[in-house]
Design a binder for this molecule. Structure first.
Ligand code: ZN
Ligand code: MN
Length: 442
């Protein structure tokens, strides 16, 4: 197998979770629709006379995506028609972007490997074909709930060498999309769809191979990885007999763990691209583009290095804590609560608890989580009388905080709690101290 070098790239479609569709006001919620064809109108049904109006939010989100992938964002961009006939495409063309995409030339680095991003563009999703049997007849039904749903298409350069690298790249891309909060990027629901293209060449050659094989119908990162490794082996076997693999589209057969031929592309289909006449080109001012860039927030890599630096975490812990924005926010909130409660609860200790106890961030509030840590780490507790004495002296020697508290400043109470906790040197529970101070002040 060392005789060949794999050249793998991806085309990835991601459904944006905007409220409405890409070019009309119809609801964008195809996965949860109660019945077929309820979120439709003349525009997304391709009726004559229906005029598309681009979704501003979708365009902003795609530009955000471009920035998050380190792309150059265009100040001029336009839509084009891609013509082909298929029953899930009511207009007979898809509105997409051809030669002036919203963003180009970015990259994603994972585990020291860089995958260059060729382009990021906007387009619309197609309807969904349902192959079934009605009255004993085999039929194909069409559901247009998904027709016109906003998509971002991300095209990579062929910089991936094998299935393992592909999986790492895909996970990173999914993480970035979820950080941006522009899509669920859920493979099972089809809101993230990927098509790897795979070919092999002699190591050291610069030119791309004369053929490539695209694989469709992949619904998990694991299958993408398996399909790529399967193709690398299959193509190497063909090449070693002196033949060239056929340029074609193959499907992933889950049951057989193999790719199978779908259709052969003798030559590229003629899509007769031309500028979409119903939508004027888009021009963005620097101020507009900068405003969108400022909305992307902290991306996973930045958050990771900040967590390592400001919380003194090792990379392993920081990776786990920044896996999702929700987890990272939760951790930061817990650190904040602990800081105002008990200085002995360090961020490292919170991180250990978070990771080892697999805390359910949906149901347990950060403050409650910190209390659990405090309670569990207090093995020795101060005799009650001694603690009572400490509370008493703290209240007596902090008149300012006491009067602030009586004026309604809840923060002053936390100050007093912190004072007692510090003096107790880890031998008291914050909740208990809080209760005791409150009682004394009443
Ligand atoms: Zn519509
Ligand atoms: Mn596309």
């Amino acid at each position: 197998m060392d005789k060949w070098e794999a050249v793998v790239g991806f085309e990835i479609h991601v459904e944006l979770k905007t409220k409405s569709k890409m070019f009309c006001g119809c609801k964008n919620d195809p996965f949860y629709a109660k019945s077929p064809n309820i979120y439709t109108c003349p525009v997304c049904l391709g009726m004559p006379g229906g005029l598309p109006v681009p979704n501003k939010k979708a365009i902003e989100w795609i530009i955000r995506m471009g920035f998050a992938l380190g792309c150059e964002v265009a100040d001029f961009s336009k839509f084009d028609r891609k013509n082909y006939f298929y029953p899930d495409l009511p207009k007979g063309y898809q509105i997409t972007q051809y030669d002036e995409p919203l963003a180009m030339k970015g990259s994603v680095t994972v585990d020291g490997q860089t995958v260059r991003i060729r382009r990021v563009h906007a387009e619309e999703d197609t309807g969904k074909l349902i192959h079934t049997t009605v009255d004993g007849k085999k039929v194909t039904l069409v559901d247009f709930n998904r027709s016109g749903v906003p998509l971002v298409e991300i095209v990579t350069e062929p910089d991936i060498a094998d299935g393992v690298q592909a999986k790492l790249f895909l996970r990173k891309l999914q993480q970035i999309i979820r950080y941006l909060d522009i899509s669920d990027a859920d493979m099972e629901k089809g809101s993230m769809r990927l098509e790897p293209n795979i070919s092999l060449r002699k190591p050291g050659t610069k030119n791309l191979p004369a053929y490539k094989v695209e694989v469709k119908n992949i619904n998990s990162f694991r299958f993408a990885s398996m399909a790529i490794d399967y193709e690398i082996e299959r193509q190497a076997n063909i090449l070693s007999t002196g033949k060239t693999p056929v340029q074609e589209t193959r499907g992933w057969d889950e049951a057989r763990g193999a790719t199978v031929p779908q259709r052969t592309k003798e030559e590229a289909a003629d899509y007769r691209y031309f500028p979409e006449p119903d939508i004027p080109p888009m021009r963005f001012t620097t101020a507009e583009i900068n405003a969108i860039q400022s909305q992307i927030g902290e991306m996973p890599d930045e958050k990771l290095s900040r967590f390592m630096k400001s919380f003194g975490l090792n990379e392993y812990d920081a990776v786990l804590l920044t896996e999702t924005r929700q987890k990272a926010d939760y951790f930061e909130e817990a650190v904040k609560v602990a800081g105002s409660l008990d200085k002995t609860i360090t961020s490292k200790l919170i991180a250990n608890w978070f990771i080892n106890k697999k805390i359910d961030i949906e149901t347990v509030m950060p403050a409650r989580f910190v209390e659990q840590i405090v309670a569990a780490t207090r093995k020795v507790s101060m005799p009650e009388g001694e603690l009572e004495e400490l509370v008493k002296s703290t209240v007596e020697s902090n008149e300012k905080a006491v009067s602030d508290y009586k004026k309604g400043k809840e923060q002053a109470l936390m100050f007093l709690v912190g004072h007692v906790m510090g003096a107790a040197k880890g031998k008291a529970r914050a909740e208990e101290v809080k209760k005791m101070i409150r009682e004394r002040l009443q």
